[in-house]
Design a binder for this molecule. Structure first.
Ligand SMILES: [Zn+2]
Length: 270
């Protein structure tokens, strides 16, 4: 999860394919609407490596049409939704969520602190519109959307984790600065994702998945949010987290691709 298509690199697809082969990586490629054709063509040619995700502006006047077009082109989800003018649960965004719900899509939302692009000009951007708590309402109103929060709400990890605990359709990635910031205290994540081996999975959920993993960490998925050169270092950061929190091999495997791979119906091994 969480590889941004780089419009500035004319060789992005071939550069990505090389990294993908080296790391055995399948990417949900977050694609600006303007680049939708090149990425959908690449995904058709390399279906085991590229899963097309549409990066739309929720405040665009024609966003609903854009989403319908992306669906018709074979896109599998949306994201990263970010830089919104209103909080994520604003009623004006619901038509997009209704479509995503109908399509059974995965939707990746930026959560938490967001970078500042311009220091000397006013900008209409606020992290407070992208708090993880808004994802709870979206997940409950639209149960067929898989709600994926990027950056685990940085720094509102506790809210992010609790919302994931109570909502089967909510997951988070740990991309961004979090794993670097927490480098010396990675074991603290056991206090945030605290409910491993408790009765947190509903009887219905367990009936469907009798072999389900009891670790709270299954609510995390691998996400890089880094340039192609930086993906491997994020893999290493995730492994450091796994070691610090003593995660079982099965849980690690789910985080490193199995969870998303199952959701997307990818063949085994991807
Ligand atoms: Zn983000």
């Amino acid at each position: 999860m969480h590889v941004h298509f780089d419009e500035k690199n004319p060789n992005f697809i071939s550069d990505f394919l090389k990294v993908s082969e080296r790391l055995n990586l399948t990417a949900c490629l977050l694609t600006p609407f303007a680049d939708r054709k090149v990425v959908s063509d690449a995904a058709k040619q390399h279906p085991a490596q590229i899963i097309p995700f549409g990066f739309v502006d929720l405040d665009a006047a024609d966003v609903v049409n854009q989403v319908e077009e992306l669906h018709a082109m074979g896109y599998r989800g949306l994201g990263e939704l970010e830089f919104v003018k209103k909080p994520y649960n604003d009623p004006s965004y619901l038509p997009v969520y209704e479509l995503a719900n109908r399509y059974g899509w995965i939707v990746l939302f930026h959560t938490g602190i967001v970078l500042r692009r311009k220091f000397d000009e006013p900008e209409d951007v606020a992290s407070g519109r992208m708090r993880p708590i808004y994802l709870e309402e979206i997940a409950r109103r639209f149960p067929k959307i898989t709600v994926l929060g990027a950056h685990c709400g940085n720094p509102e990890y506790e809210w992010a984790a609790e919302i994931a605990r109570w909502n089967p359709n909510v997951f988070f990635d740990l991309s961004g600065s979090t794993l670097a910031k927490m480098q010396g205290r990675l074991a603290d994540f056991q206090k945030i994702f605290w409910w491993s081996n408790t009765e947190w999975q509903s009887p219905e959920w367990k009936a469907k998945k009798p072999d389900s993993d009891p670790s709270a960490f299954v609510k995390i998925v691998f996400g890089s949010d880094n340039g192609l050169d930086g993906i491997e270092s994020v893999v290493n950061q995730y492994h450091a987290l796994f070691d610090a929190c003593g995660l079982a091999a099965h849980t690690r495997k789910m985080i490193m691709g199995e969870t998303l791979s199952n959701m997307l119906g990818l063949p085994d091994g991807h």
